[in-house]
Design a protein around this ligand. Structure first.
Ligand code: OAD
Length: 239
């Protein structure tokens, strides 16, 4: 019943925004961060994903990102990614906001994507500040170097760092304007991304969650659907 209602709301909305997290890429074979098999079960974020960790041991941090790039390069988008790319085609106003640093949304055909936490496939120079796409797998040498000679870092957001301002402003704007705000595959624990559904709700959006399990958002969402995003999103978002 809930799924039929959610589908109807999405069908009727002209303006839809979507927030995705690691769960949407789980069926593509990528590990999530929390929960069983999550990255933060085997690795300590403070040793790998903070500016301090990079200053202490850039090679170690790069080895971890280089391993993640190799894993990602072997993965394909799944039915959840594809469903969102199709939904974008149907809506006059559509914004996909992702916390994921993978590129599976792009590869599934999504066009308008806000990467709140940066990208595994971009690098930024610690000296000249230049940011660029880098798809070399494996990376050699580590740490990689910029043409200016400076050390490159992954262009991702680490713990303790601010989100890219323009991306966050655009995401807030999309949340404010959305008639339906769909949240898929995120534990809704990491702010400020986790605030976006609340902003949307305050501005009158219907909030629909898709997740394998209950999250911080579940009791507040208008509809919370339990299951795999690769199975539920195609049912919600098909033409
Ligand atoms: P989490 O690992 O915190 O949460 C993943 C969520 O996906 C969980 O709620 C799972 O129940 C759900 N899930 C798993 N498989 C699923 C499936 N097949 N279908 C639907 N749901 C599924 O990942 P995020 O919420 O993305 O930040 O984590 C947020 C941020 O915390 C990440 O962007 C990263 C991390 O630290 C940075 O690195 C800055």
């Amino acid at each position: 019943m809930d799924i039929a209602q959610a589908r109807e709301w999405i069908e009727q909305a002209r303006s839809v925004a979507v927030l995705t997290g690691a769960g949407i890429s789980a069926e593509s074979g990528l590990p999530t961060f929390r929960g069983p098999g999550g990255l933060w079960k085997s690795f300590r974020p403070e040793e790998l994903a903070t500016p301090g960790a990079f200053a202490r041991d850039p090679k170690l941090v790069w080895e971890w990102y280089s391993w993640r790039r190799e894993v990602h390069s072997r993965c394909e988008p799944n039915r959840g990614h594809v469903a969102l790319a199709k939904l974008e085609q149907l809506k006059p106003q559509f914004t996909l906001i992702t916390q994921n640093v993978d590129s599976l949304h792009e590869r599934a055909g999504s066009r308008k994507i806000i990467h709140l936490h940066g990208s595994l496939w971009r690098v930024r120079c610690m000296s000249c500040g230049k940011e660029e796409q880098n798809e070399q797998v494996p990376l050699d040498p580590l740490p990689p170097r910029c043409a200016c000679g400076g050390m490159l870092r992954p262009a991702v957001v680490w713990f303790g760092e601010a989100l890219p301002q323009a991306a966050m402003a655009e995401a807030m704007q999309a949340a404010t304007a959305a008639e339906v705000f769909l949240v898929a595959g995120t534990s809704s624990m990491v702010y400020p991304a986790a605030a976006l559904p609340h902003v949307a709700m305050q501005h009158g959006a219907r909030v629909i969650e898709v997740n394998l399990e209950a999250t911080e958002l579940s009791s507040l969402a208008h509809i919370s659907l339990r299951g795999k995003s690769g199975e539920i999103l195609p049912q919600l978002a098909s033409p």
